[in-house]
Design a protein around this ligand. Structure first.
Ligand code: SF4
Length: 409
């Protein structure tokens, strides 16, 4: 039987797809990127737009493959089961039994499994993700993830180290990911925490480089920042600020204020002034007004992040704003455009700092006669030449174009 996986959403979801792929292979299923007998769509529900995209994929796959079995899993099954039930798919698998997918599609009795029974030995990308934590104890007012993935749960350290060792034979970059990474270890007690875990991962012999995924600023302490002097820890930190305004932060029920944001940014730049700081900014949150948006722009102009992921607010089920009516789309679009222009300006300025500098890239994929991939400080570069995908190459940045950074070996 041929199975094709289609994944939407975050690194955790992509990791879970890889683990489910490996589960299917163990069962004798054949994984394909072409026509299949079974389609597994691993959905995302972080925003309304993500749900629309998930639904569009399901409808398209069903229309193009009327004979095939359609299996839908992922956060949207918990967040919007009603809508999915009307799409006439074969299986709807909620998050809490996602890891029983193989039992379910083979109509076997569902064996008791834990979220941590999902493990990987390979990855469908050249930079391998390792999931270390799931769920969240925070309660940001715009977010339904805690209601879908539950409270924070940490994976056993030994399991993580074993997986990093396994993957590091073939993958030159490991990205550790979670729903709220900084909460790692809090439920394990006994001195388990993210800092100790990272220190141990950095000791893994054949580790290439290690990248951290998103970190709540309130969980970024000096002991974590000190680790950024380590040559194998990518000089890149992703901070989901969401806004630069204290009043809006309060209504978002975030655990930070803007002065804490500045403190974290200052402290991380004391460790490495050229570190890559990327962030999430949400536009259109119910309590956002002209003044608070101005404060966010002021904040960003001081921080100058090298990459800004811009999200537009959308009412999420199981949150205080579930029934909120958005009525200022034009203003939201204007603010989004302003943020986009600012983000492009900061991105170009950051890349410019590394012109003619020597960096290292991991060759990831081919594009228009070039091979492209990321440097450790998260700059995507394009290089002409016969590069082996997956390998690390020393490069020099030669040219910063509006949409590409050209480098040479
Ligand atoms: S930290 Fe906030 S935004 Fe992130 S998953 Fe938890 S509740 Fe959602």
């Amino acid at each position: 039987m041929k199975v094709k996986f289609i994944t939407l959403g975050c690194k955790v979801n992509q990791y879970e797809t890889q683990a489910l792929i490996e589960d299917c292979v163990k069962e004798g299923f054949h994984i394909t990127q072409d026509k299949a007998d079974i389609y597994v769509i691993n959905t995302c529900a972080v925003t309304h737009r993500a749900e629309i995209k998930s639904k569009e994929v399901i409808v398209r796959v069903k229309k193009e493959n009327p004979q095939a079995k359609i299996v839908v899993c992922g956060c949207m099954v918990n967040s919007n089961k009603e809508l999915l039930s009307n799409l006439d798919v074969d299986y709807l698998i909620p998050q809490n039994i996602k890891y029983n997918l193989v039992d379910i599609i083979t109509n076997r009795e569902i064996k008791k499994r834990s979220v941590w029974d999902l493990k990987i030995s390979g990855f469908f990308n050249q930079r391998a993700f390792v999931k270390i934590q799931d769920g969240c104890d925070y309660n940001c007012s715009f977010c339904e993830i805690p209601s879908i993935r539950g409270r924070s749960e940490s994976r056993k350290k030994e399991e993580i180290i074993a997986e990093v060792k396994r993957l590091s034979y073939n993958y030159r970059e490991i990205v550790i990911c979670g729903v709220n990474l900084g909460l790692y270890g809090k439920d394990l007690g006994n001195n388990h925490n993210l800092v100790n875990l990272i220190e141990e991962i950095l000791e893994v012999d054949n580790l290439g480089r290690l990248r951290l995924s998103s970190l709540e600023p309130s969980l970024v302490g000096d002991d974590l920042l000190r680790l950024f002097v380590h040559p194998k820890l990518c000089p890149h930190i992703h901070l989901p600020f969401q806004t630069g305004d204290d009043r809006v932060l309060k209504f978002m029920n975030k655990r930070e204020n803007v002065s804490l944001y500045y403190r974290v940014v200052d402290n991380v730049r004391k460790i490495n002034p050229d570190i890559a700081i990327s962030c999430d900014i949400m536009v259109g949150f119910p309590y956002e007004d002209e003044d608070s948006f101005k404060n966010t722009l002021e904040f960003l102009k001081k921080v100058k992040p090298m990459r800004i992921h811009i999200f537009t607010f959308s009412p999420r089920p199981h949150t205080p704003f579930a029934n909120y009516n958005i009525n200022n789309y034009r203003i939201i679009k204007e603010r989004q455009d302003i943020l986009k222009r600012l983000a492009d300006e900061f991105a170009q300025a950051y890349k410019q700092k590394f012109l003619n500098q020597r960096l290292e890239m991991i060759a990831e994929n081919k594009d228009d006669g070039y091979v492209c991939g990321y440097t450790s400080n998260y700059i995507k570069v394009w290089v002409k030449g016969k590069l082996r995908v997956g390998e690390v190459y020393p490069i020099v940045i030669e040219k910063i174009e509006p949409l590409r950074v050209i480098a040479r070996i």
